[in-house]
Design a protein around this ligand. Structure first.
Ligand code: TRP
Length: 468
């Protein structure tokens, strides 16, 4: 069974329990798969740099609140929808909309999500390409004894070369497509189970270096002291968008994985485990990176997307065994990105196979090709198109803003409204029968009142302030 978990199910809409989904062999397989999706560049690369750009402390607190009050409740809802729908997100939503007797426009949840996934993948592959490039640089000793200045130069050279960027972006995209063609769990499922813990260990080793040789107190304070002045509505929107991004919510990835949940697995505690692991990795990455940043005056906390690619090589280049640890680290970052990337494309692939008669290979070639082409825009935004902006964003920033801060939160809002207000409470309760009534009531209440209100207020204020 385990081998077939993520190959596309064929839909059988007439039958009671839709589709022919097998189930994950256990709840833990789901935890591993969902964690593989959740833990990725968002945790190690993106969280530290956006926390840095938004002044640290208060941003981190808002982010944690969003995880708790919006992210986790919506994740429960997504898993639940996926399990009840038992198909690719688009078709699952179609089925559930009918079941709830609603108008077909609610299907937009599925469509919006699939589109967002491909758009994220487009730039995700570019950044993951940087990690691939860094494996070789680490191993060959480029950063041996490097200063922050020198590390900055190496990174700058990479960004200035479209050819180099496209080469690594293409390799990563091919890796992703290869796995999705072969069925998701076979190779990567196993790899993720072994390598994710290793990534964790390496982050702890890096943390050890930071404590010893970095300015740990300042890094810690930066992340955890509440500096209210640095916080803006635009930052709050970014924090909320990132809560969706880092938990892989709002695009059907978790819904697609939920479709394979065993009928009686407890969704609540499963989601807690995934959210906890994801948050832990992000905080560890932040704690490893910022002490190094503050110990090297040439690196700014607000340096942007290059933050980890400049600060961590300095750490590795100056620690015993750094060449080895550094190379392994970037291998693991690539793997973490890989297991996330497959969840960005899988829902769309599953849909093309289920409903449009594609086979796995053509579906992957088509969708991977689209994401790759759109990604060229991000590649160029780091060099040739650096000055081309739309509403103050370059191409990469625009894609990131549009997906993380607009599409994911909106889909999340629709999901909260759909499950909280439109689905029959008995249907929701029957799907979550194994939760205690206290847990269920608390979750349902938060999902009905708190999550949508929070998303709405943050979204409206954030968009307004971002553009004014
Ligand atoms: N969560 C992943 C990360 O933090 C990225 C990701 C994978 C994602 N699947 C997703 C983001 C679905 C949004 C939606 O790197």
């Amino acid at each position: 069974m385990a081998e077939e978990q993520l190959t596309a199910p064929s839909s059988d809409e007439a039958s009671g329990k839709r589709g022919i989904h097998g189930a994950w062999s256990s709840r833990w397989t789901f935890v591993m798969a969902a964690t593989g999706s959740a833990v990725g560049l968002g945790n190690i690369w993106k969280f530290p740099y956006i926390a840095g750009e938004n002044g640290g402390g208060a941003f981190v607190l808002v982010y944690l609140l969003c995880i708790l009050l919006v992210g986790m409740p919506v994740m429960v809802a997504e898993v639940m929808l996926g399990r009840r729908g038992r198909q690719s997100p688009i078709n699952a939503m179609r089925y559930l909309t009918q079941e709830a007797g609603l108008h077909g426009t609610w299907n937009a949840i599925g469509w919006l999500g699939v589109t967002a996934g491909l758009m994220i993948l487009s730039y995700y592959a570019v950044i993951a390409g940087w990690a691939l490039y860094y494996i070789g640089q680490m191993a060959s000793g480029t950063f041996q004894g490097a200063s922050a200045d020198q590390a900055g130069v190496v990174f700058g050279q990479l960004l200035s070369s479209p050819k180099e960027l496209i080469f690594w972006q293409s390799i990563f995209m091919l890796l992703t497509m290869a796995v999705v063609v072969g069925g998701v769990t076979r190779g990567l499922g196993v790899a993720v189970r072994i390598l994710m813990p290793l990534l964790f260990v390496l982050l702890v080793i890096l943390l050890g270096f930071s404590i010893q040789r970095g300015d740990f107190a300042r890094g810690f304070n930066f992340l955890f002291s509440f500096n209210y002045e640095a916080l803006t509505w635009a930052g709050v929107l970014e924090a909320m968008g990132h809560a969706f991004f880092t938990l892989s919510l709002g695009m059907g990835a978790i819904m697609a994985y939920g479709a394979y949940m065993p009928d009686h697995a407890r969704i609540g505690r499963t989601v807690l485990a995934v959210g906890f692991l994801d948050t832990l990795v992000a905080l560890l990455a932040g704690l490893a990176i910022f002490p190094i940043v503050f110990a090297n005056p040439t690196i700014e906390p607000g340096a942007g997307p290059g933050l980890m690619f400049v600060s961590l090589p300095v750490a590795f280049g100056n620690m015993a065994g750094g060449l080895l640890f550094g190379s392994i680290f970037f291998v693991l970052v690539t793997l973490a990105a890989w297991s996330s990337a497959i969840s960005l494309i899988e829902p769309a692939v599953a849909f093309l196979i289920e409903s449009k008669g594609f086979n796995r290979i053509t579906a992957n070639l088509l969708l991977g090709g689209i994401a790759w082409s759109v990604g060229l825009g991000s590649v160029l935004s780091f060099n040739v198109w650096a000055d081309v902006t739309l509403a103050g964003f370059n191409f990469f920033e625009f894609m990131d803003f549009l997906t993380s801060s607009v599409m994911l939160p909106l889909t999340g809002l629709f999901i909260a409204l759909f499950v909280g207000w439109l689905m029959k409470p008995e249907a929701v309760r029957s799907e979550l029968m194994d939760e205690s009534s206290g847990v269920f009531t608390a979750w349902h209440w938060i999902l009905r009142y708190i999550s949508p209100a929070a998303v709405l207020v943050v979204f409206v204020m954030g968009v307004y302030k971002t553009f004014s």
